[in-house]
Design a protein around this ligand. Structure first.
Ligand SMILES: [Zn+2]
Length: 432
């Protein structure tokens, strides 16, 4: 046994079933490669269904090797991977999708659509059962949407290479399995603009590591930049008739909102990270327009030329990296007013309906804090302030101002959620 493995054994617990942690479990069941599963989610406001699209073998696994079971319970979806023979749970991970957001739009009340999605798991050594579950809005529980058995030696698994883009190390702190690997992808950068992309990626990485609480945890991150060449500079602005031929086909006017910038098809995003360790994707779009987006464990996206762009970056990364909800409640959004049901506890760690406040930041409240907390006299204090999650009534936020409301510093509840996610992805046992 070499020194490195001794160190890993010392920091990882062996019992997988009890804690979901264990280097031994990883070595028994997985190889350090990825199995990527692409699937379609189809439906409308009333129902959804899933179908398998494609399975690929990819050469790296940069995710945790100890923290195999995701205990956060964040997101609208979970994948669960079971050993086929024993049905023991080997791996799980929650995530959100753009499709889930679309289901809350007015359009989803009138028509049915199909959206692409993709998740990667460590490459299994033996047959596994891959289960996709979706969260019900009626009771917030997860129910099966798709269950397939996967034989890792199957001829139906695509083992081909994809385009060999130039991958640049922006920051390397250590073994990808014990670091959170942040990957920058550029959209709307032509071949002549690749140096600008790398400058933008370095600049955004610096701004992230100057933002608390990320500043204290810089050494828990590796940062990579994948050079993607677009035919044209810029991005789609469909509401103004502007369409650019770009690597990821990003665009504004998602769900009809002028500022909502997304990449609707996830597959070119996953194709771009096939040969780089990847725990989190941030897409930099080469335009000076204002806008962005971020979905938990899906991707975050922002523009590089706007003066407010660095704040947008931290806000959107809060969504995609740590599952944080918007704490604002007065701006225009495309979702219907039932995006959050005030009779149920939302899954995000930084908003509450008080249905199950004990599961949120109750332990962070100073003694004697009134619930709900008035804004007057409690400026800069942790409390339970009414308004958040697009609703002025019935949903509460942890501090009057926060990055997730108005680009103020992250509040204590958001900061703790970020630190817990850094611990999870860098394979530590959380002390937060
Ligand atoms: Zn917050």
């Amino acid at each position: 046994m070499n020194t490195r493995r001794l160190i890993l054994s010392a920091v990882c617990l062996i019992s997988l079933n009890f804690s979901g942690r264990g280097q031994n479990a990883f070595e028994t069941y997985f190889e350090k490669k990825s199995l990527r599963v692409d699937f379609a989610l189809s439906g409308n406001a009333e129902y959804q269904a899933a179908a398998l699209l494609h399975i690929r073998e990819e050469p790296l696994w940069g995710g945790p090797v100890c923290n195999l079971i995701d205990t956060f319970s964040y997101g609208g979806y979970y994948i669960n991977v079971y050993d086929r023979a024993t049905q023991a749970l080997l791996y799980s991970r929650g995530f959100n999708t753009l499709f889930e957001e679309w289901r809350s739009t007015e359009q989803a009340g009138k028509e049915t659509q199909s959206w692409t999605n993709s998740m990667s798991i460590p490459y299994p050594k033996r047959e596994v059962t891959f289960e996709l579950t979706g969260r019900s809005r009626e009771d917030m529980r997860f129910y099966p949407l798709m269950k397939i058995d996967i034989d890792p030696s199957s001829i139906f698994i695509d083992r081909g290479k994809l385009h060999d883009n130039n991958v640049v190390r922006i920051q390397y702190a250590g073994d990808p399995s014990s670091k959170a690997d942040l990957v920058f992808l550029g959209d709307g950068y032509t071949a002549a603009e690749q140096d600008k992309f790398l400058d933008d990626a370095r600049s955004f990485a610096e701004s992230l590591f100057n933002t608390p609480p990320f500043d204290a945890r810089r050494n828990d991150f590796n940062v990579w930049a994948v050079e993607l060449v677009s035919e044209e500079s810029g991005t789609d602005v469909s509401g103004k008739g502007i369409f650019k031929h770009t690597a990821l086909n990003s665009g504004f006017y998602t769900f009809g909102l002028d500022r909502y910038l997304t990449v609707p098809d996830i597959r070119p995003v996953r194709d771009a990270v096939w040969n780089v360790p990847c725990d989190a994707v941030f897409i930099l779009v080469n335009t000076d327009m204002y806008g962005g987006g971020g979905m938990y464990n899906f991707y975050a996206i922002g523009t590089t030329g706007n003066e407010r762009t660095k704040s947008i970056f931290a806000h959107e990364f809060g969504h995609s990296f740590a599952g944080l909800a918007d704490e604002y409640f007065s701006s225009e959004v495309a979702y219907d007013e039932d995006f959050y049901h005030t009779g149920l506890e939302p899954w995000e760690p930084n908003i509450t309906t008080l249905v199950d406040f004990g599961s949120k930041w109750q332990d962070l409240l100073p003694d004697g804090t009134p619930v709900p907390t008035p804004t007057e006299g409690y400026d800069g204090k942790t409390g339970v302030f009414e308004g958040g999650g697009y609703k002025a009534k019935g949903i509460y936020r942890p501090q009057d101002h926060c990055m997730m409301r108005d680009y103020a510093p992250f509040c204590p509840a958001c900061s703790r959620a970020i630190l817990r996610m850094i611990d999870f992805l860098s394979d530590k046992q959380s002390q937060q």
